[in-house]
Design a protein around this ligand. Structure first.
Ligand code: DGY
Length: 332
């Protein structure tokens, strides 16, 4: 008699090679057609499944956990895990895992892409050209802000924040300052060339501010009207972290009133919906949450989520649990 494979659900379309890998270890139900499931359809598809391969956008809360009592692990293929209600998962003894590390450099590249595009008005320039306005040279045409040699502020100094700091210092000769819940060890500060400052100092001194902090109740609207009011009128704000960290209505007003010069956003409150005030201003670069979207990084993210599922069910243990206390509770 063959060994029964644990049943799992892959709730969105992913690379076929990852599905094939998962099928070696699991009884896989997948949504390779990428059908847009309602919450009810998602919960129905999860029935009887012990593992979930998630993208990071699926809310895992008490209601879902109650409706899916067989579920034991949710493996996000994202570093962010603000879709997890950790207390509810702990109460139901469901493990969550994320995918840190593998997307650090790719996401840091994208942070710089947004910073450069917003500061140098790249997408505004493209629209200007495509709309046929470029008929002659003009001295003041689309003048932007320098990035090299300026002060780069980073709010949130985890792996991605540090990768941005290195790019700023080594690639663009920037003076790098940061603020974080806790100050980095001296050797990391030395290696990244970043100087710790208080949050208000960061807002006041930065020529360009990149947000890379995780979303939580305490980081909700970490940048709102009061914080934007502290920033330089020439400043550029970049958010590659999570929607909800910035008060999008306040940002739209600040851009409209030229309280700050420009913004580059990859994430939004309530995405994929975008605040109409952000769509209405031209001094912004808008991307549809693609910070980690390169072919090789997507595969690495999916492989890490798969490793976590395989490790959980087949002995070696998950590589990157976010609530490891569940493992101890299960073992006890
Ligand atoms: C992450 O991994 O959290 C990125 O935002 C991609 O979803």
């Amino acid at each position: 008699m063959g060994v029964t494979k644990p049943p799992i659900l892959v709730c969105r379309a992913i690379a076929q090679e990852t599905i094939e890998r998962l099928e070696q270890h699991f009884d896989v139900r997948s949504n390779q057609g990428d059908e847009p499931w309602s919450r009810e359809q998602f919960i129905a598809a999860l029935q009887g499944r012990e593992g979930l391969f998630a993208t990071g956008g699926e809310r895992i809360d008490a209601q879902l956990l109650q409706a899916c009592p067989q579920l034991r692990i949710v493996a996000n293929m994202s570093v962010g895990f603000n879709n997890f209600d950790i207390p509810a998962m702990n109460a139901h003894r469901v493990l969550g895992t994320n995918a840190p590390g593998v997307l650090t450099e790719t996401t840091a590249d994208f942070g710089f892409a947004l910073l450069l595009a917003a500061a140098r008005r790249v997408t505004e320039g493209e629209r200007y050209l495509r709309e046929g306005h470029w008929t002659r040279w003009e001295y003041g045409m689309l003048q932007g802000a320098d990035v090299h040699g300026t002060t780069l502020g980073i709010l949130g100094m985890g792996r991605i924040g540090q990768a941005i700091a290195r790019r700023g210092r080594l690639g663009f000769g920037m003076n790098v300052i940061y603020h974080n819940r806790s100050r980095l060890a001296a050797d990391v500060e030395l290696e990244t060339g970043a100087t710790y400052v208080g949050k208000d100092e960061l807002l006041k001194q930065a020529d360009h501010l990149v947000l890379v902090l995780p979303y939580s109740a305490s980081s909700h609207h970490a940048i709102g009207a009061a914080e934007l009011a502290l920033m330089k009128p020439s400043a550029v704000l970049v958010n590659i972290a999570r929607g909800g960290i910035v008060d999008d209505a306040a940002l739209a007003a600040a851009l409209r009133n030229k309280r700050i010069a420009a913004a580059g956003l990859d994430v939004y409150e309530g995405e994929p919906a975008v605040h109409p005030g952000l769509l209405a201003v031209s001094n912004i670069v808008l991307a549809p949450h693609i910070g980690s979207a390169t072919a090789s990084t997507r595969i690495a993210m999916a492989n890490l989520a798969a490793d976590n599922l395989v490790g959980f069910f087949h002995g070696a243990g998950p590589k990157t649990p976010v609530n490891p206390e569940v493992l101890n509770a299960v073992a006890a």
